[in-house]
Design a protein around this ligand. Structure first.
Ligand SMILES: *[C@@H]1O[C@H](CO)[C@@H](O)[C@H](O)[C@H]1NC(C)=O
Ligand SMILES: *[C@@H]1O[C@H](CO)[C@@H](O)[C@H](O)[C@H]1NC(C)=O
Ligand SMILES: *[C@@H]1O[C@H](CO)[C@@H](O)[C@H](O)[C@H]1NC(C)=O
Length: 808
């Protein structure tokens, strides 16, 4: 007989079991033992063993001995059928509950019989069946692993537990999937099988941030049982990704002058990281571009903030830095091209210009050189230039953007002396812009115009007996040129009048063209003065023109009528004889007078001043004829004296008186007796013929001498070159016969007599002639140098009075 003590029995009920055993031993009643083996979990009533047979007991004994099972505690897994003597399962037996992990596991109990008291020990071994799967305490395990975790990192997993033992116990683990982790088992010092998960391939949150693994624990039973646990791995983000621009280059086009705020483009960069690691902020990293462009740091919208000018910069390249909060960055390039807008006027530069050009400039003379630029490009920068119309200039394009302004016609300062030349340049943009400059050009003078007199010929009249130095009138010439070229000097053209230089008669004021008489003119000697005046400008060479001037000398009533017949001598008396029988209207005589003046001043009229017999004679007012107006009777005196007054028509009138003696007689003896007191008159009459002949001879002689003298003087003057002007005293005084005189000659017979009388008068009546003023008596002026220069003659003058004895 042997006892098998279970651990439990030894442990738990040790004290009681030992006591019971000792009691049984002391009685010496333990008769035998038997063992059975059954699997666990047998249903109730299942047969365990036939103890009657195995212990050799009689069924009666079982009944009489009141056999029963003694377990020592209250648990009874096995029941005893006394009638059949077999053991059967009373309660389901769970090995794991009974023995936990202890093997082998057995139930120990006694079968007790009374009368006599007997013990039988029964051991029922309970064998394991695979009735428990491996079990994890929790269904899920969570890990948070940084994506940067090193490979080889270990993560301890929870073990599974399988209550079964032996081959039915936990045998192995599997993990699925195994991309990143593998399992590793190891036993700790206590012999526990621990399981670990080892990272063998690094994680990437950006690829997979949520790993779900299945850990399966397997036992070795048949059929095999397993337990599973979910492993949830959350991959934690690390800032292992830099932002990445969505395009390597962003292109934008903007028109110049776009308003600030214009959106150019939007830059976007993505960062695979999470949270702050993936939050991208943008900034412009190009130096100096921040004044021009701005970027929204969150949205990446690139805006214009400055004023954009195509002419300053045509392209911009911006580097935009996209940076996450962990310090990683990328650079996105933005290329901005600027579109040209026609916002610039052409710029006209005057490179050189003349302020003035001469009016005789050749055609194609350059006046100015211009350079024209338009900062715009393309059509906006193409420039065309033109000048205002109707001016004698043209614009020539010399090379691109250079223009020269040249004359293209003849210039005439006298027509236009200033030009405003407006150069206008227009570009071809839409709308086009233009600019203009005005050049003022002065045409300088050239002496191309001669002075022009207002009239080609001038005529003026002056009364004779003028005072020397009298200004007569002014002539005037104009010169279209300018300044010195238009400064006119007037001067006399040299000529002679009656052999005398014209400069002896008149002078011209060089400055103002006033013509002065240099002497007192005598109409009876010179009726007009004709000469030329030259007007000359101050140009170089000078230009000149001339005008003819005629000064008409007007008559003044400065000469009294002169008696030609009858002639009075100092002592002799001439008498006209009238027969007593003369009829009414008998022509007694004719009074003849002349007046050297002309016109009205020489218009003579005759009238009686006094008569002895008032009614006997009358004188023709026009013709001077003395006629009887009635029959002579005895009462009339023999001697009649008639005073005839001859008066000219001048203002005031001048007159002369002549006495006519008339003898009324029937016969010549009567006359003689009547004129007894006229004896000397008789002698006078006797000598008359002689005197007449003599006078004629003398006059003829003097005439020839005078001709010779004039000729000689002319030659003399020619030689002296007018050094000194001397009055020509030998000039014959030729009396002037007014037209009236010829009319007066009513009776032809008398005319010859009068002619003789003229000659005689010329000779004998010096006193009358002295009243006339020949040219020799005028005042002339001589310059001290001896050269006659009229303009200044009146300033320094040497007055030479000619003596009277030069007058013939
Ligand atoms: C991970 O996956 C599980 C199941 O697939 C899901 O329930 C869980 O919400 C996920 N976690 C995250 C952070 O996505
Ligand atoms: C030129 O311009 C000036 C100033 O504008 C003006 O005084 C002058 O009269 C102009 N001359 C001509 C010839 O138009
Ligand atoms: C006056 O001028 C004309 C030409 O203009 C010339 O023919 C003439 O000879 C000049 N006369 C004098 C007296 O100088």
């Amino acid at each position: 007989m042997f006892y098998v003590f279970t651990k439990k029995m030894l442990g738990k009920n040790r004290t009681r079991q030992v006591l019971l055993f000792l009691w049984i031993l002391s009685l010496g009643l333990v008769r035998g033992q038997v063992s059975y083996s059954i699997p666990e979990e047998m249903p109730k009533g299942s047969f365990v063993g036939n103890i009657a047979q195995d212990l050799g007991l009689d069924l009666k004994r079982l009944n009489t001995g009141k056999a029963r099972i003694y377990t020592g505690d209250d648990t009874e897994h096995i029941s005893l059928n006394k009638d059949r003597g077999v053991l059967s399962i009373k309660e389901r037996i769970d090995r794991e509950a009974l023995c936990e992990q202890t093997t082998p596991c057995a139930l120990h109990f006694q079968i007790m019989l009374e009368n006599p008291l007997e013990f039988y020990t029964v051991t029922v071994e309970v064998t394991d069946i695979n009735d428990n799967p491996p079990v994890f305490r929790q269904s899920e395990m969570k890990f948070e692993i940084n994506e940067l975790a090193q490979t080889g990192s270990r993560f301890v997993l929870e073990r599974a537990n399988d209550e079964d033992v032996g081959v039915n116990g936990l045998q192995s683990y599997t993990l699925n999937p195994t991309d990143h982790f593998v399992l590793q088992l190891y036993s700790d010092p206590e012999g526990n099988k621990n399981v670990e998960m080892v990272l063998q391939k690094s994680l990437d949150r950006e690829i997979n941030d949520n790993l779900s693994l299945m850990l399966t624990a397997l036992d070795g039973g048949e059929p095999q049982m397993s337990g599973t646990m979910q492993i949830q791995i959350t991959v934690l983000d690390a800032n292992d990704n830099a932002p990445v621009c969505s395009q390597s280059v962003y292109k934008a086009v903007v028109s110049e002058n776009s308003p600030p705020g214009t959106i150019l483009t939007t830059v976007s960069a993505s960062d695979a990281d999470q949270g702050l690691h993936g939050m991208v902020s943008y900034s412009i990293s190009t130096k100096g571009a921040n004044s021009m462009f701005d970027i929204d740091s969150r949205e990446g919208v690139v805006k214009l903030i400055g004023s954009i000018d195509y002419e300053k910069q045509k392209y911009y390249q911006l580097n935009i830095q996209a940076r996450d909060h962990g310090g990683h960055a990328d650079v996105c390039k933005v290329m901005i091209s600027v579109n040209d807008i026609n916002d610039n006027k052409p710029v006209i530069n005057i490179m050189s210009k003349s302020k003035e050009i001469s009016e005789d400039s050749e055609k194609e003379t350059a006046v100015a050189i211009l350079s024209v630029q338009d900062p715009d490009s393309g059509e906006n920068g193409k420039v065309q230039c033109f000048i205002n119309d109707n001016i004698p200039f043209s614009l020539k394009s010399t090379s691109s953007n250079f223009f020269s302004l040249v004359t293209d016609n003849e210039l005439d300062r006298e027509r236009q002396k200033d030009y405003n030349i407006t150069v206008t340049c227009t570009d071809e943009g839409v709308p086009s812009l233009s600019n203009s400059v005005t050049l003022s050009l002065h045409i300088s003078d050239v002496n191309d115009n001669a002075p022009v007199f207002e009239k080609g010929s001038y005529e003026a009249s002056i009364l004779e007996n003028n005072s020397p130095g009298l200004s007569i009138f002014a002539i005037r010439a104009q010169d279209a040129d300018w300044n010195q070229n238009a400064r006119i000097s007037y001067m006399l053209e040299e000529s002679t009048i009656n052999g005398v230089s014209v400069s002896a008669y008149v002078s011209v004021n060089a400055d103002n063209g006033v013509i002065n008489a240099l002497r007192s003119f005598d109409y009876e000697q010179i009726k007009d003065v004709q000469f030329y005046v030259k007007a000359q400008d101050g140009g170089s060479p000078p230009r000149s023109s001339n005008a003819s001037v005629r000064i008409i000398i007007q008559d003044q009533n400065d000469n009294a009528p002169q008696m030609l017949y009858p002639v009075h001598t100092g002592s002799s008396l001439v008498a006209e004889m009238v027969p007593r029988s003369a009829d009414v209207g008998y022509l007694v005589t004719k009074v003849v007078a002349v007046d050297v003046d002309s016109g009205q001043n020489a218009w003579l009229s005759y009238k009686l001043q006094k008569t002895t017999e008032r009614a006997l004679f009358e004188v023709g007012a026009q013709n001077g004829e003395i006629r009887t107006i009635r029959q002579i009777n005895d009462k009339d005196a023999v001697k009649q004296k008639i005073s005839v007054v001859v008066e000219d028509n001048g203002q005031p009138p001048r007159s002369a008186t002549v006495n006519v003696n008339v003898i009324v007689a029937d016969s010549f003896p009567d006359v003689l007796s009547e004129f007894s007191d006229f004896t000397h008159d008789k002698e006078y009459n006797d000598n008359l013929t002689f005197y007449l002949v003599l006078a004629l001879a003398v006059v003829s002689f003097l005439f020839i001498v005078s001709i010779i003298a004039i000729f000689s003087v002319k030659c003399y003057r020619w030689r002296r070159e007018r050094m000194c002007y001397k009055s020509n005293g030998h000039l014959p005084v030729i009396p002037y016969y007014p037209p009236l005189y010829a009319d007066a000659g009513g009776t032809g017979t008398l005319q010859h007599v009068y002619n003789y009388e003229v000659c005689r008068t010329t000779d004998s009546r010096k006193s009358d002639l002295k009243n006339m003023r020949p040219c020799s008596q005028s005042i002339i002026s001589l310059n001290t140098t001896g050269t006659l220069t009229l303009p200044h003659a009146h300033r320094e003058k040497l007055i030479i009075e000619d003596s009277d004895d030069q007058v013939s």
